[in-house]
Design a protein around this ligand. Structure first.
Ligand code: KG4
Ligand code: ZN
Length: 348
């Protein structure tokens, strides 16, 4: 079964071809350079760029997969959550393809697809159904979302914890701006942190009363602001003389990563499952991956680190999940063709 998948929830235009769970191609056009001068994503620019690029990205996906549109058996696209103006581009493009060719269409949840990505094999390799044991607990850390889920398989995902303010990736992006580093902030902070001392600053580890698994990163952001400008100073105030940007970056990264892993490990033990998986853009972070592996060793947990190519937004994870749903016996009904794009996930 050959699935054509599209993803356009944020600033990546992505199209993939996935055959029985094996990723044949995963074309991604990142708009990051276009948004970098603004220090964040500008939704209207993002939507326009999806319109301009989706057909070319799809052409690349077919070329790399060495398949033709006539060979497609089913079509899938992200319908939620994300920027609605952006979602509708990939969704409408994919639906038009499905309707014109009389193919079944599957509307896919972006968050579930991020988690499902942890079960997938690298590009070109067949799906290995024994790769990961289910159920698992997933830490999903991206620019738009930070949450912990219990995942039992397609359609069976329950949220255990979430952030009450910023997503972890958003905190990386905002702190990078405070430090005068580029966008997106995650990779920039990780790079700067390599030269820094993670113990130089004792940044707070956001805790929420009576909700020990939830996250809060706004206090940490303010702590970084004051550490770099002085107490009660504003963002536009000058940096303190002699400040070591690498030390701030390393200490910030350490605080975020330790909090994420502590909560995720706690949730995994509470759920009494053997596997903790890391998904989403922030899951590319080397320090986060290192801390997860160390915690897994200590607590006897299997740690699944999502393939870096499936951590940040891509359509392979959308196609992979669609294949799993079809293999599980789902018969896509016409209702999925009518499902509107939404900023909210049904999964939570
Ligand atoms: O999953 P993703 O591509 O998009 C969303 O669905 O949000 O995640 C993008 C986020 C950005 O905030 C970016 O700064 C962060 O992932 N990110 C990282 C790293 N690479 C990307 N954060 C920390 N360390 C990294 N190496
Ligand atoms: Zn994402």
């Amino acid at each position: 079964m050959l699935v054509l998948a599209a993803e356009s929830s944020c600033d990546e235009t992505a199209v993939a071809l996935v055959e029985d769970g094996r990723v044949l191609s995963s074309a991604v056009y990142s708009q990051v350079a276009r948004h970098a001068p603004f220090g964040g994503i500008v939704p209207d620019i993002a939507a326009r760029m999806h319109i301009e690029t989706v057909a070319e990205v799809a052409r690349r996906a077919f070329e790399e997969a060495e398949r033709t549109p006539d060979q497609v058996d089913a079509v899938a696209a992200t319908y939620a959550p994300g920027l609605v103006n952006c979602l509708v581009v990939g969704l409408s493009w994919a639906r038009a393809f499905a309707v014109a060719r009389g193919l079944p269409f599957l509307a896919v949840d972006h968050l579930e697809a991020h988690v499902y990505g942890c079960l997938m094999s690298p590009l070109g390799d067949p799906l290995d159904p024994d790769k990961v044991e289910l159920p698992l607990v997933a830490l999903l850390v991206s620019g738009g979302h930070t949450a912990i889920y219990r995942y039992e398989g397609p359609g069976r995902m329950t949220r255990l914890a979430r952030t009450v303010d910023d997503a972890a990736g958003e905190a990386f992006d905002k702190v990078a701006v405070l430090l005068g580093l580029g966008y997106p902030g995650g990779p920039e902070i990780e790079r700067a942190a390599r030269e820094g001392d993670p113990k130089a600053f004792d940044f707070p580890r956001g805790r929420i009363k009576r909700r020990p698994l939830d996250f809060s990163f706004s206090g940490l952001k303010t702590a970084v602001l004051y550490a770099t400008r002085g107490q009660n100073k504003k963002r536009d105030d000058p940096l303190l003389p002699g400040l070591s940007i690498p030390d701030v970056a390393a200490s910030f990264q350490e605080s975020v990563c330790r909090t994420l892993i502590d909560h995720a490990v706690k949730a995994t033990l509470e759920q009494d499952v053997a596997t903790l998986a890391l998904a989403g853009g922030v899951a590319r972070n080397g320090r986060l991956r290192e801390l997860a592996l160390a915690a897994g060793d200590k607590k006897g947990l299997d740690i699944v680190l999502c393939e870096p190519a499936y951590c940040t937004d891509n359509a392979a994870m959308i196609g992979g999940l669609a294949c799993a749903r079809l293999a599980g016996g789902e018969a896509p009904d016409r209702g999925q063709l009518a499902l509107g794009a939404s900023s909210k996930s049904q999964v939570g």
